[in-house]
Ligand binder design. Structure first.
Ligand code: NDP
Length: 346
């Protein structure tokens, strides 16, 4: 087990909009931040570490990009900007400011944080290779990951490449799904976005919605309604996923009549919300009922421990936007800077 004698001024855990923005601000405040860029979990390791935006194609609502920008490109820009101001990234090969290339989208600049002990002063942060780092302040910006229904065959087929996925943008364009009848489970903005994306390749996309209305915003919902390839299966829940090596369909139950039916499918995509990536903080920081980090003051980034700050989707179950996450990353860096100044740590 390696130990770094250096005590960092600030360690940032997470590499979505919140983490990179915290790094940009902390770096420009001469705090020389050390950032753990999370290993991609649901997508091939050839793509950049950048959180949920890596699962998005076109981002049309991030200010400053009037023509839109892809999620991976936006995250690569964030990373480049953070590294330009002396952010150090913990990677599998050590500290390596191996800046991601927005054009080819390839990078191996990541390494998970496995464990923290925030009760120690300075805080202890342990990498997945057991290397120990210490820091006077820590910014947690680990985001949130996709939810699954929890059906046995759903998980089995998802893990074996059997046509079940929680990321249409990552997997939907694969040859296995071309010209097939596919389905998306969920009725939120993500479900609409995924269904619209899949409709480019599929012969038809069913949206399986457990109520008789969408949760998605009106403008997004209209996009799905207007798409001739998308058909809604209202008031339906999936009770079983069918297929041995490859999905062949699903069993559906009507939530109003209890009627059971089967729908043949060539692929199934989950879009039923997210869970914050805060498991490694259990017993360390105060979390809320849904396991999001509970902020000590909702207008700031302070948490239940002095010197530990939270930012982005791991503290926010309401807005969950790239721009709000980035704003929270900025607040966390400023809060960390002030905390260090108060402690006389320059
Ligand atoms: P949401 O929580 O908004 O929606 C989840 C959907 O899944 C709901 O329709 C919910 O149903 C359904 N659901 C949940 N659990 C189950 C289950 N076990 N079985 C069947 N259905 C289930 O999550 P999203 O990921 O869609 O969105 C998260 C946030 O991100 C939102 O604030 C959204 O606005 C934002 N977003 C914005 C985008 C954009 O602007 N481009 C794109 C994507 C997301 P019910 O409605 O009945 O609860």
């Amino acid at each position: 087990m390696a130990t770094n004698d250096n005590v960092e001024k600030v360690i940032i855990v997470g590499s979505g909009p919140a983490g990179w923005t915290a790094a940009i601000y902390a770096a420009r405040a001469n705090l020389s931040p050390l950032l753990f860029a999370g290993r991609p979990k649901t997508i091939p390791s050839t793509v950049l570490p950048g959180g949920q935006l890596m699962l998005t194609t076109e981002v049309e609502n991030y200010p400053g990009f009037p023509e839109g920008v892809t999620g991976p490109k936006l995250m690569a820009y964030f990373e480049q900007q953070a590294v330009r101001f002396d952010t150090r990234i913990v990677t599998d090969k050590g500290l390596n400011p191996d800046v991601s290339n927005p054009d080819d989208g390839h990078s191996y600049s990541y390494h998970d944080c496995k464990r923290v002990d925030l009760s120690q002063t300075p805080c202890l942060v342990v990498g997945e290779d057991d290397t120990e780092y210490r820091a006077h302040s820590v910014i947690i910006a680990t985001g949130a990951t996709a939810n699954w229904m929890g059906l046995e065959n759903e998980k089995r087929l998802a893990m074996s490449g059997g046509g079940v996925s929680a990321c249409a943008v990552c997997d939907g364009a694969l040859p296995a799904f071309r010209d097939k009848e596919l389905a998306v489970v969920g009725g939120g903005d993500s479900a609409v976005e995924e269904a619209s994306y899949l409709a480019k390749f599929a012969s038809k996309v069913y949206m399986i919605v457990r109520r008789d209305e969408l949760r998605a915003s009106k403008i997004m919902a209209q996009r799905a309604v207007d798409n001739p390839k998308i058909e809604f299966l209202w008031n339906k829940v999936v009770t079983d996923v069918l297929g041995k090596d490859m999905i062949t369909g699903v069993t559906l139950k009507d939530t109003k009549t209890d009627e059971v039916s089967e729908q043949s499918l060539g692929g199934l995509f989950m879009a039923i919300g997210h869970t914050p990536a805060t498991g490694f903080l259990e017993g360390q920081l105060t979390l809320d009922q849904k396991k999001y980090i509970k902020l000590a003051d909702p207008y700031r980034s302070t948490t239940s421990i002095d010197g530990v700050f939270g930012a982005g989707d791991c503290v926010d179950s309401v807005y969950r936007q790239a721009i709000t996450a980035a704003g929270m990353g900025c607040k966390a860096a400023i809060d960390a800077e002030r905390y260090l100044a108060d402690k006389g740590i320059e």
